[in-house]
Ligand binder design. Structure first.
Ligand SMILES: C[S@@+](CC[C@H](N)C(=O)[O-])C[C@H]1O[C@@H](n2cnc3c(N)ncnc32)[C@H](O)[C@@H]1O
Length: 297
């Protein structure tokens, strides 16, 4: 990673700039990225074909329910349930989709061994205990069932040093890392390998990871990634205040009077065409082992 994890010595906590993802990022802002990203990597793993038939699928922390709707359209034989603590899901959905209010950090209400496929996406900043979350996914998954977890880190990274001395980006990265730590709910799930550790600890097998560097802005030569980068940049530009406000003022208590200047400098950094920043995104796929046969069977 090219981006330093701490601000330079003369960083005072704010008159540079700083941004941070909000504890609950605005759904509207994330949607364009989501739509783009899932077209890179959708429902791809060994065994996906079985979802053509009668299966029960859970989407945890579903938000506006984009993923269940897409999945249900593609696999009409599946019953797809999206859960969330916020009732922000649409009413007009495919007949094989429904939504339920449920806190993913509590014990799930779904019975043991009852779900064929558990999907979780963009829960960074929302989960204190990733091992606990994956433990519930494991418990509710049928033997031989699958999970898919997708997370993105809001910290800016770079491989060619072009962002290394930008104080706004340094402040953003510090805000994200320190804010997550103080809240006890990390925003840097990819960096901390939390999905992988949790999948392993829960007992899943055949754990696979697929990693992407998502450019911030259209600087990459790859046309598809460039398009995603433009979405990502626009989203950040639009939502930066929503992402940073609570962390800056309430969680970390950084100097109030420096916040607006920081925001302005962050927006300037986003527009800087010489910068080659990206965010890390990781898909983790895993399978619950088939039940071991006992001697009596
Ligand atoms: C960034 S959104 C992602 C939405 C969706 N997964 C997607 O990819 O489009 C995070 C969602 O997680 C939900 N969430 C946060 N904490 C939660 C919890 N403890 N239990 C269930 N959902 C939660 C939020 O309400 C929000 O809708």
């Amino acid at each position: 990673m090219g981006a330093p994890s701490t601000p330079p010595a003369n960083f005072t906590g704010g008159n540079t700039q700083g941004l941070d993802p909000a504890p609950v990022p605005t759904q509207a802002g994330l949607d364009p990225i989501i739509v783009q990203v899932i077209t890179i990597k959708r429902f791809e793993f060994d065994g996906i074909d079985q979802f053509k038939y009668s299966t029960k699928v859970l989407d945890i922390g579903t938000g506006t329910g984009l993923w269940p709707i897409d999945f249900a359209d593609e696999f009409p034989g599946a019953e797809v349930i999206g859960t969330d603590i916020s009732p922000i899901q649409p009413a007009w959905v495919p007949p094989n989709v429904k939504f339920e209010l449920e806190d993913a950090t509590d014990t799930w209400t779904w019975a043991e061994n009852s779900i064929d496929f558990v999907h979780m996406r963009y829960l960074f900043g929302a989960i204190a205990d990733w091992n606990g979350l994956f433990k519930e996914a494991f418990r509710t998954c049928k033997p031989g069932g699958y999970i898919q977890s997708c997370e993105i880190d809001p910290a800016f990274c770079c491989d060619d040093g072009t962002i290394d001395y930008d104080l706004a980006i340094r402040a953003l990265n510090k805000l994200v890392r320190d804010g997550g730590e103080k809240m006890g709910r990390s925003f840097c799930v990819v960096e901390e390998r939390l999905q992988l550790t949790a999948a392993e600890a829960a007992g899943f097998v055949d754990i696979k990871e697929v990693n992407y560097k998502l450019p911030v802005g259209g600087w990459t030569k790859d046309v598809r990634l460039g398009e995603i980068g433009q979405f990502l940049k626009s989203t950040m530009d639009n939502d930066i205040e929503g992402y940073t406000l609570i962390l800056w003022h309430d969680i970390l208590g950084w100097p109030k009077d420096e916040y607006q200047v920081c925001l302005m400098n962050m927006r300037k950094a986003l527009k800087n065409k010489r910068y080659h920043a990206y965010m890390n995104l990781r898909y983790v796929y895993a399978r619950k082992p088939e039940q071991e046969k006992t001697d009596e069977e």
